[in-house]
Design a protein around this ligand. Structure first.
Ligand code: ZN
Length: 268
């Protein structure tokens, strides 16, 4: 099942629904993170939104072996956890804004599989970790490298939490349709050029590892979004480095989920 959040021509508030093969949407009755059922009604999608507004975004640095080798960093013993502001999600099709007020000249893309938890989770076990997963979507962990590395006081949060820096979508594919999250190919394409191409089989820490680790002694609310790390080929790691510029178009694609495309513009 493909779950989306969208506006219709007449809806004032976002609706959550099932995306059908014919391109129409079926709104849900109830709460996606409580009890719900398909409404039986059909609706025309006027605008697709990020598939949810997560209460928290947890993100993992350095979770692909190839990326660790590329950046000459040791394979970590524990997942490298950081947080992105949940208020910086961006809709499919809407622009990634390069900061001009607190200016950056090194805005970069990161293709990532994003896990969406469907229910509250604490102290998950390896056996029940995936039971907490609602589904999976594509994410772009957009990062201002200058604010991540030089101006951020050695913390990553500043450089990863500017407005629009967490595009999500186009839909949440439910867990039953992707029973093995460790065999998904993912790509980043910038202006038609393939920049990242890998598979979640290269994850250092699997989705199960991450849920067990992140929920240890810690309550994760329903709707938590977990960015699971990016493979080699981000702009900063290229020779020479190449960063996003206004007019660029970035697509994050994951087989079995779809494509998340965003143009790039300057912060007005
Ligand atoms: Zn990342």
């Amino acid at each position: 099942m493909r779950l989306i959040r969208f506006l219709t021509d007449t809806s004032a508030a976002p609706l959550t629904g099932i995306l059908h093969a014919d391109g129409s949407a079926e709104p849900l009755d109830g709460d996606l993170f409580g009890t719900w059922q398909p409404s039986g009604r059909r609706a025309r999608i006027a605008k697709l939104l990020a598939p949810l507004q997560p209460p928290v975004i947890l993100a993992i640095g350095l979770n692909f072996r190839e990326h660790a080798i590329e950046t000459k960093q040791p394979i970590p013993e524990f997942p490298v956890l950081f947080m992105k502001s949940p208020w910086v999600t961006q809709n499919p099709g809407d622009p990634i804004l390069i900061p001009t007020h607190l200016a950056s000249t090194k805005v970069d893309y990161e293709a990532e599989l994003v896990v969406i938890l469907g229910k509250t989770c604490k102290n998950a076990t390896r056996d029940n970790a995936l039971d907490h997963v609602l589904g999976y979507t594509c994410g772009n962990d957009v990062t201002a490298r200058d604010w991540q590395k030089s101006f951020g006081g050695n913390q990553w949060c500043r450089g990863k939490s500017f407005d629009t820096f967490a595009p999500l979508g186009p839909c949440i594919v439910t867990r039953d349709e992707l029973p093995d999250p460790q065999n998904l190919s993912l790509r980043a394409v910038v202006n038609g050029e393939l920049r990242q191409c890998s598979s979640t089989s290269d994850h250092i820490f699997s989705v199960i590892d991450l849920i067990v680790f992140l929920s240890g002694s810690t309550t994760l609310p329903a709707g938590t979004a977990i960015f699971t790390g990016t493979p080699s080929g981000a702009g900063f790691a290229r020779t020479p480095p190449v960063y996003l510029a206004p007019g660029d178009v970035v697509t994050i694609a994951i087989d079995g989920i779809g494509e998340l495309t965003n143009p790039v513009a300057s912060e007005p």
